[in-house]
Design a protein around this ligand. Structure first.
Ligand code: TRP
Length: 322
């Protein structure tokens, strides 16, 4: 019986320890889960970019449309000389739309968990805006973020959080994350955040389960990422992608449904999945404006403006830290 203790010691020595715990606890729960940040390894970040290019995935195009149509007004509301901090910067397509409108912004800090992806995107921005001070921060923004000393004095601060990523946290976690952002921008700072809105089931389920199978590959890739991180042997061939609109909770639920009994080893632990059981990999909450204002208020933000795309499929909120 001394073996588990020995294993625990080894795990404590590894920098992956907290993440490994999170993964093991999640997979052992009655409804198994995986933390959604594990989607974004290098292949996952590339697959996500392919998702954003899909006709079926309307949030991307809708948000681009909003930034194109209302950029000037957004820039006026944000004022001059702000430090822009972007949460989950990904490919930074939307960053360019925002930066093109902002006059004389003091600096740009993209935060992303996917290092290569982040560095590549930050280089692209720095080349495109030679006078802009760009400082990439590779971090898990679900934990409080400290800005690098070189930009720490710059005010006002604007947090830019596009992509409806806030929807990937349940309301209590979303509120905690917005509170952290509220601390970072400080009183009078702004939050510009993309929020998807509820709509008909067919549109929603197609956006999260496209006929080309890109979203399925993206979802399944999380298993390969776990295998690579922890030397596990989860078999993606035993799981099928599933996206279901849960109208009562206002969220799309993404699952990996087990198609046959399967067991896997993860860091010396045996995990068993039975046919029909699922791993719940992600939710994507959709909020009408009033509901999102309530979350913002609980985190210390007052609403300033909400913009929609021409088909009212998606919203961009501007909020001020109070
Ligand atoms: N933030 C994106 C969203 O909720 C993430 C996402 C898009 C996603 N498609 C996905 C996550 C498919 C998991 C599976 O819209």
């Amino acid at each position: 019986m001394d073996r588990p203790a020995e294993r625990a010691d080894k795990r404590r020595a590894s920098p992956l320890e907290p993440l490994l715990r999170e993964v093991l606890d999640g997979l052992r729960a009655e409804q198994p889960t995986l933390p959604c940040k594990l989607f974004y390894d290098e292949p996952g970040s590339q697959l996500y970019e392919q998702i954003t290019a899909l006709e079926e995935y309307y949030p991307f195009r809708a948000e681009v449309e909003i930034l194109e149509r209302h950029g000037a007004q957004i820039a006026r509301a944000l004022g001059e000389g702000a430090l822009v901090v972007e949460y989950g910067s990904g490919s930074s397509v939307k960053t360019r739309l925002l930066l093109d409108c902002l006059h004389a912004c003091a600096g740009y800090v993209p935060i992303d968990i996917s290092r290569e992806h982040l560095q590549q995107a930050a280089r692209g921005i720095a080349q495109h805006y030679p006078h802009l001070h760009v400082l990439a921060l590779c971090a898990d923004f679900t934990e409080p973020v400290t800005l690098p000393a070189r930009v720490a004095a710059l005010r006002p601060r604007v947090a830019f959080f596009p992509g409806s990523t806030i929807g990937n946290f349940d309301p209590p976690a979303a509120t905690r994350l917005l509170r952290n952002i509220r601390e970072l921008v400080g009183r009078g700072g702004h939050l510009l955040i993309g929020v998807d809105v509820p709509k008909d089931r067919a549109t929603l389920e197609l956006a999260y389960d496209d006929p080309h199978g890109v979203t399925a590959r993206f979802n399944l890739n999380i298993l390969s990422h776990v295998n690579r991180l922890f030397g596990a042997d989860l078999d993606p061939g035993c799981f099928r992608h599933e996206a279901i609109w849960n109208a009562a909770h206002g969220r799309i639920e993404m699952h990996l449904r087990c198609t046959r009994d399967h067991h896997a080893m993860l860091a010396g632990e045996r995990l068993a999945f039975s046919r029909g059981q699922s791993i719940w990999t992600e939710s994507s909450y959709k909020y009408p404006p009033g509901q999102f204002h309530a979350i913002g208020a609980a985190a210390g933000f007052a609403p300033e403006s909400v913009w929609f795309d021409s088909r009212q499929r998606y919203s961009l909120h501007l909020m001020r830290a109070v």
